[in-house]
Design a protein around this ligand. Structure first.
Ligand code: ADP
Ligand code: MG
Length: 479
């Protein structure tokens, strides 16, 4: 006989299935596992926090009605979220009550934040940084659990920064990487990486005090301390920290007073072998509006950059993200996303979420076409440019040959022709120079690319069948 919770959830699913598009059902309801019924509370397991929030945001009414219908007016639903707690190496179920009161802080983060980082709210408390009633100073680290090392995909683009970060986490304050400064353009993983370091320190050394904060928070706290005349408390607070993570220090530019106080905090921490971790959007030498003595401190340790990830790494990042969120998506869609959004991981993840949303809310199946439409919307206004990578892929798919061949030395006629077409379309659709195109299409020189463009143009004029190929590929590229 079927267990009662399985049976009840099965009936709920039947109702839900009739009420929402199939694709949404598949994405958001099929992965749910019923666990038990106790006191007329049905407990179901969902794959992630993101998943739970999505259900709560989009299906709360449907769920409420269905539960009532199948379990009576006193019927209730509770979610159990499997949190992949990599630091502890075990799965930790977290229960969230339903009807939920938008409790977003499940997991092992305390809900209230002892350290008041919101400017201006802490004025009544004499010392804003110590919570009254607590004997031992407890500082909320402000670390986000999902920004773990486990979720940080390794690639050539981040190898140095990642391994330096790992070394720091094994031995905070004791390596040559102090400060560790991670820099890159936006959306390439600085914030994620420094959180990962902080989380790893806490896993390795639970007694150490770790604090992550954005530079703006630091600046605002300092301004408050001046206003409340408790700058000493401010400085003392920071001097007690074992691992200080300050994100986006470029915002210190031009803030002389804050730089001054930070200089003193920095020196104190450094002298006492406490770890300092910084991020910025530029290498230290290019940071403007910084006091020279502070800049020179930044150069004491290691400055490591994060670069734009290569295609395989971008695919791996998307897959990782889908995996942690417990969502399935066709591989060709993932690949398409990774091919087309090349400069910024945050943008790529944004596109991923839009596709999920579109599919789920507008009764659409997640297909390559849907992905194309979304990406167009997403990147049209920015710097969308068809990439050489993508052109090569479309040409190879069209002729059904493997990508390796087009970049190999082979002189087989059909391969040469495909290579020439890839060069021709790269010239037509990208802003790359002939030399760059040549380099990326089988390591050829600019003269070869020029020759390829001429050949293709000639063939278009003389060979009708060839012209049809070109038109069809062109259409595919613009889709
Ligand atoms: P930055 O601070 O450099 O602007 P973020 O750390 O906010 O960038 O990263 C943007 C998004 O990309 C985040 O969601 C982050 O999790 C993701 N991300 C960046 N690098 C990686 C990586 N190597 N592996 C997995 N996810 C990554
Ligand atoms: Mg950031």
């Amino acid at each position: 006989m079927k267990k009662k919770h399985v049976e009840v959830w099965g009936r709920c699913l039947a109702v839900i299935k009739d009420n929402i598009p199939y694709q949404s059902f598949k994405t958001w309801f099929e992965p749910i596992i019923p666990l038990k019924i106790e006191n007329n509370i049905l407990v179901v397991q969902v794959p992630s926090q993101f998943f739970y929030e999505w259900l709560e945001d989009h299906y709360i009414n449907l769920l409420r009605k269905t539960i009532k219908r199948e379990m009576g007016p006193s019927g209730r639903l509770e979610y159990s979220i499997i949190m992949d707690n990599s630091q502890l190496g075990r799965k930790k179920p977290v229960t969230v009550n339903y009807p939920a009161t938008k409790q977003r802080n499940v997991g092992n983060k305390p809900v209230n934040m002892p350290l008041d980082l919101n400017r201006g709210r802490s004025r009544e408390i004499p010392n804003p940084f110590i919570i009254p009633g607590l004997k031992k100073l407890k500082i909320e680290s402000q670390l986000v659990d999902s920004y773990s090392f486990e979720n940080f995909v390794e690639g050539d683009c981040n190898r140095l920064a990642r391994s330096a970060g790992w070394a720091v986490a094994e031995n905070p304050g004791k390596t040559a990487f102090n400060p560790l400064l991670v820099y890159s353009q936006v959306g390439l993983g600085k914030t994620h990486l420094v959180h990962a370091i902080g989380l790893q320190v806490k896993a390795n050394f639970p007694e150490k005090t770790v604090l992550y904060l954005q530079t703006e928070q630091f600046i605002n706290q300092y301004i408050d301390s001046v206003r409340n005349n408790n700058q000493n408390d401010f400085v003392h607070f920071y001097q007690m920290i074992d691992v200080l993570i300050l994100d986006d220090i470029q915002f210190l530019a031009g803030k002389e007073k804050t730089q001054d106080i930070f200089f003193h905090i920095f020196n104190h921490l450094h002298q006492n072998h406490k770890q300092i971790i910084l991020t910025s959007d530029k290498p230290p030498v290019e940071l403007k509006g910084m006091e020279p003595r502070l800049l020179s401190r930044f150069k004491w340790g290691l400055a490591a950059d994060l670069q734009v990830p290569a295609l395989e790494t971008r695919i791996a990042i998307l897959q990782r993200r889908l995996y942690t969120d417990g969502i399935k998506m066709p591989y060709d869609v993932i690949e398409y996303l990774a091919y087309n959004i090349t400069t910024n991981i945050r943008e790529m993840e944004g596109a991923l979420i839009s596709i999920l949303a579109q599919a789920s809310l507008n009764k659409k199946t997640i297909t390559l076409d849907l992905a194309r439409q979304m990406i167009d919307k997403f990147v049209k206004n920015t710097t969308r440019e068809i990439s050489i990578d993508y052109i090569q892929k479309v040409v190879c798919d069209y002729f059904n040959i493997s990508l390796d061949l087009i970049n190999s030395k082979t002189r087989k006629r059909e391969i040469v022709q495909a290579r020439q077409l890839a060069m021709f379309f790269s010239k037509k659709h990208t802003k790359n120079s002939l030399a760059t195109i040549g380099l990326q299409c089988g390591n050829k020189d600019h003269a070869t690319v020029l020759h390829a463009c001429r050949t293709v143009n000639n063939l278009i004029e003389t060979d009708r069948r060839f012209r049809i190929y070109v038109d069809e590929i062109d259409k595919k590229l613009k889709m």
